[in-house]
Design a protein around this ligand. Structure first.
Ligand SMILES: *Cc1c(COP(=O)(O)O)cnc(C)c1O
Length: 412
């Protein structure tokens, strides 16, 4: 590596988020000062922060109802449970997703059935149509913010009578042909975990227009029959038929998290625009790099990019490892979905052994060359242009030399 000794190195952190806005910190202090953190602990005439957040997020997505919960993973499980998914039920989901998605299915005793992935990193419609008969639901993951043709997807699922739950952990604020992500299926689920678009450490949101499903979800989340204190909720009549039949699986959000999320929600459109500006700088910086393919973004998609993906089509594993090592030496942290062992947040379907093993050759081919990097808002556009320049140089060097690295780079 002596020839690289004087190469420029990036020194920023790929996992450093921005501090919370002052308004969120002030709101958190108010909740801590009055001490009523539990969502149903309200003073006379007071409306809980959690109930207000639900109202505001329902308005943001255009949904009738919203429920705030403890995590994005809890939201997924709660939505599936509200739909009546139970032991042995086959539930379709994307083969390219994150572990909490198949995990939510398996945790109910249901069986995750994986659907193949296209080069746009979205669900393969033909494989979906082929696997739909007999399935109980589709848990659709908009993985890394890539949105499939939602009109076509809903046509396939409607024809098969398949309810769709949307995992919008990476599409909060995004839309397909003007319809917010999370509003095509019967329920949309979001995460407010630190690495998503709003940060409360942990947290989740569920939206729906379906009164029966939302009544069940509210009861499931642990409402102790205090559901009349919700605001973005169906009327009390919707709870009558299910209130004694729905088990409590406590997973409520608290007022402290809701308080720090409300100012962030008000600022979300501006933050989304900032993420997309970083994305476009990276896209322009990498365009035309030999050996590297950018992911096409369809015209109907309004994305919110907090991360960036590109493909190294049909690169041998050793060559990808060589690139990862060279990028790391210059301070650029890449994640590779083709790695044999799961690293941090990136794992692949073979690692989810609570699901039956499945043949997914198209997905395997894509993941073998799929590289992922975060673009936190602590990066400036100049930072991202610099990262793109480093990547461009290193991809070109490895692609032209055919260099390969036998061993995985040592873990830090
Ligand atoms: C983060 C994430 C989730 C779950 O969110 P948590 O809040 O961490 O439980 C679900 N799906 C995807 C694709 C995610 O990235």
């Amino acid at each position: 590596m002596s020839d690289r000794a004087e190469a420029e190195t990036f020194t920023g952190s790929f996992t450093q988020q921005e501090p919370l806005p002052e308004a969120a910190i002030a709101a958190a202090l108010r909740v801590m000062q009055h001490g009523r953190l539990h969502r149903y602990n309200t003073a006379e005439g007071e409306i809980a922060e959690t109930a207000l957040l639900e109202e505001e997020f329902a308005a943001f997505t255009g949904a009738k109802y919203c429920l705030a919960v403890a995590s994005g993973g809890y939201a997924l499980g709660c939505a599936l449970r509200a739909l009546g998914i139970g032991p042995g039920d086959p539930v379709l989901t994307n083969a390219f997703t994150l572990a909490p998605v198949p995990g939510a299915i398996a945790a109910l005793g249901a069986t995750p059935v994986f659907v193949e992935t296209t080069e746009a990193l979205t669900i393969d419609m033909d494989d979906l149509a082929a696997k739909a008969p007999g399935a109980k639901a589709l848990l659709l993951s908009h993985m890394r913010g890539h949105i499939c043709d939602m009109d076509r997807l809903m046509a396939v699922c409607d024809a098969a009578g398949l309810p769709v739950v949307e995992d919008c952990a990476h599409t909060m604020g995004a839309a397909w042909k003007g319809v917010p992500s999370g509003r095509h299926g019967v329920m949309g689920c979001y995460s407010t975990q630190t690495y998503k678009h709003m940060n409360s450490g942990e947290g989740g949101l569920i939206v729906s227009d379906d009164a029966d499903l939302m009544a069940r979800a509210i009861l499931l989340s642990g409402s102790y029959m205090l559901y009349p204190r919700h605001r973005a909720a169906p009327p009390p009549e919707a709870f009558e038929a299910v209130r004694y039949l729905t088990p409590n699986v406590s997973g409520r959000m608290d007022n402290l998290r809701a308080a720090i999320l409300r100012p962030q929600l008000a600022d979300l459109p501006r933050q989304c625009a900032r993420w997309n500006a970083l994305y476009r700088v990276m896209e322009a910086g990498l365009a035309g790099t030999p050996g590297l393919r950018l992911i096409e973004r369809p015209a109907g998609e309004d994305y919110v990019a907090s991360s960036f993906q590109f493909l190294l089509p049909d690169w041998p594993a050793g060559r990808v490892r060589a690139l990862l090592a060279r990028a790391a030496a210059r301070g650029v942290e890449l994640k590779w979905f083709g790695a044999a062992e799961p690293q941090g947040f990136t794992s692949r379907h073979e690692s989810w052994r609570y699901a039956p093993a499945q043949q997914l050759p198209a997905t395997d081919r894509i993941l073998a060359g799929l590289i992922d990097l975060r673009l936190p808002l602590t990066f400036s556009e100049a930072d991202v242009a610099f990262i793109a320049r480093i990547l461009r140089e290193e991809v070109a060097a490895v692609f032209q030399s055919g260099e390969e690295l036998a061993e995985a780079p040592a873990a830090d």
